[in-house]
Design a protein around this ligand. Structure first.
Ligand code: ADP
Length: 171
C-alpha cells in the first residue's frame, strides 16, 4: 500500500488541500449529496465558473477555483450511474479517478481529496467502488511521484470500514 494514501472519515468541504474532487452530474450545475455540499461551502461564484464549462461527460474531469472553500481548486468529475454492471460502469468509474488525477498533474496539484464517487445517489456497489479507487490511486502514484497525497474521504461509516479493510488487504 502506498503511504501517500490516507483514508479519513468526514466532510470533504473542510479540507485544506490543493484540490477536492466533486462527484458532480453531467450539467456541472450543482446537485445533491457531496455536490450540493461543495457548492454551498464554495459560494455562488463556483456555480458561475461551472456555467462556463459546458458540462462534463461521464468519466471526464474539469477544474475550477475553490472560492470560499479551504481547498484551492475543485476538480469536477462525473461518475457513472450504476445500472446492472453491464454498461461499462467499472471502467467509467476508474476513468473518473484517472482523469481527475491527470487534471491534478496538469495543474501542479500535489494534494488531492476524493469523495466515494458514484456510491451515493448513483448506486455503485461500495466495495467494488473502493477497490477501483484504491487500485487506480496506487498505480497513478507509482507512475507520478509528483503527487504527494491522495486522501479518500468517507462520509459514512460503511465506506470508511470498506476502505480501511481494502487498505489492509492490499486491494
Ligand atoms: P453520486 O451521485 O456520485 O453517487 P453522491 O454525492 O450522492 O454522489 O455520493 C457520493 C459519496 O459522497 C457518498 O458516499 C456520500 O455519502 C458522500 N458525501 C456526501 N456528502 C459528503 C461530504 N460533505 N463530504 C464527503 N463525502 C460526502
Amino acid at each position: 500500500m502506498n503511504n501517500k494514501i490516507e483514508i479519513i472519515k468526514g466532510d470533504i468541504t473542510i479540507l485544506e488541500v490543493d484540490a477536492i474532487v466533486n462527484a458532480a452530474n453531467k450539467s456541472l450545475l450543482g446537485g445533491g449529496g457531496v455536490d450540493g455540499a461543495i457548492h454551498r461551502a464554495a459560494g455562488p461564484q463556483l456555480l458561475e465558473e461551472c456555467r462556463m464549462l459546458n458540462g462534463c461527460e461521464t468519466g471526464q474531469a474539469k477544474i475550477t477555483g475553490g472560492y470560499n472553500l479551504p481547498a484551492k481548486h475543485v476538480i469536477h468529475t462525473v461518475g457513472p450511474v450504476w445500472r446492472s454492471g453491464n454498461n461499462n460502469e467499472e471502467e467509467l468509474l476508474a476513468d473518473t479517478y484517472k482523469n481527475s488525477l491527470e487534471v491534478a498533474l496538469e495543474n501542479s496539484i500535489k494534494t488531492i481529496a476524493f469523495p466515494n464517487i458514484s456510491t451515493g445517489i448513483y448506486g455503485f456497489p461500495k466495495e467494488k467502488a473502493a477497490s477501483i479507487a484504491i487500485k487506480v490511486a496506487n498505480e497513478f502514484l507509482i507512475d507520478h511521484p509528483e503527487i504527494e497525497k491522495v486522501i479518500f474521504v468517507c462520509f459514512d461509516r460503511e465506506n470508511y470500514e470498506i476502505y480501511n479493510a481494502g487498505i489492509t488487504t492490499g486491494i
